[in-house]
Design a protein around this ligand. Sequence first.
Ligand SMILES: Nc1ncnc2c1ncn2[C@@H]1O[C@H](COP(=O)(O)OP(=O)(O)O)[C@@H](O)[C@H]1O
Ligand SMILES: CC(=O)N[C@@H](CCC(=O)OP(=O)(O)O)C(=O)O
Length: 300
Amino acid sequence: MSTRKHKVLPKAETLIEALPWLTRHHGRTVVIKFGGNAMVDEDLKAAFAQDVVFLRHAGLKPVVVHGGGPQINAHLDKLGLVSEFKAGLRVTTDEAMDVVRMVLAGQVQRELVGLLNRHGPLAVGMTGEDAHTMTATKRYAEIGGERVDIGRVGEITEVDTGAIQALLDDGRIPVVSSIARSADDGNGVYNINADLAAAALAAALGAETLIVLTDVEGLYADWPDSDEVISQLTASELEKLLPDLASGMVPKMEGCLYAVRNGVNTARVLDGRVQHSILLEIFTDEGIGTMIVPDQGEQE
Ligand SMILES: Nc1ncnc2c1ncn2[C@@H]1O[C@H](COP(=O)(O)OP(=O)(O)O)[C@@H](O)[C@H]1O
Ligand SMILES: CC(=O)N[C@@H](CCC(=O)OP(=O)(O)O)C(=O)O
């Protein structure tokens, strides 16, 4: 006698738990922002690549937008150039712009493409300059009600999703560096914060979800005094919090707000230090990190 067929094996249970989520997300586009701070550990990078390839094979259409702040800082430092940020955005001189472009497109993006392509001929790297994917005009930082010049930092004014869509239709995984062509400065290029680039792409692609991986558990309610994570916020609630946010969270939350106000169903900030957090978030009921949802009435 055997009772084996009546047992549900824990691994099978986990797979079956994913079934409704697989059905729900099939064919949907998900934009994933991989932050520079979550990118400094080799095991985390390899696990990230596995997750993205998993999503692709599960029938989703992942698009990766990557940052590289710490990597740019390290290179500027080697050259004896200082890194300065205002309202979470790098003050970008012409000299720094060359370094930003070289590090993002030539180093960080290449490495991610290589890690993804260990699993097959899937990833194709590009920057927002390619095929007019992202066009920008000069952006100023708003500090205490004043407009501050922060150099070659851009504000995205137009997104052409043609090249990314063609890659997705061909089963590829686009890996996009956050640099835009300039609309107001001849052949110039602009440095775009990667959170904002990911949000603009997610909105233009009509993505189901924007996932922002970073080096904290989510948005803390009272940072840096407490580490209580806000699990869910509506767009209006987030809008009220925005003026009080600090450093890297400013563009991140500005991006999440833009995404959910422009047709993306949810934006999630997840801890990129936890291996496979993307899979947990997409394929289980486990709520981790911070989720931003549209206001009622704005939802699909
Ligand atoms: N309210 C907050 N909740 C969480 N982190 C915050 C908050 N305010 C500021 N931060 C800072 O923002 C950082 C994340 O932004 P950033 O360093 O730009 O990350 P990334 O490289 O992932 O884009 C955190 O490590 C933390 O130091
Ligand atoms: C204008 C601006 O601040 N651009 C960012 C682009 C990279 C980025 O956003 O990287 P993280 O996601 O790792 O922070 C920078 O120069 O650092």
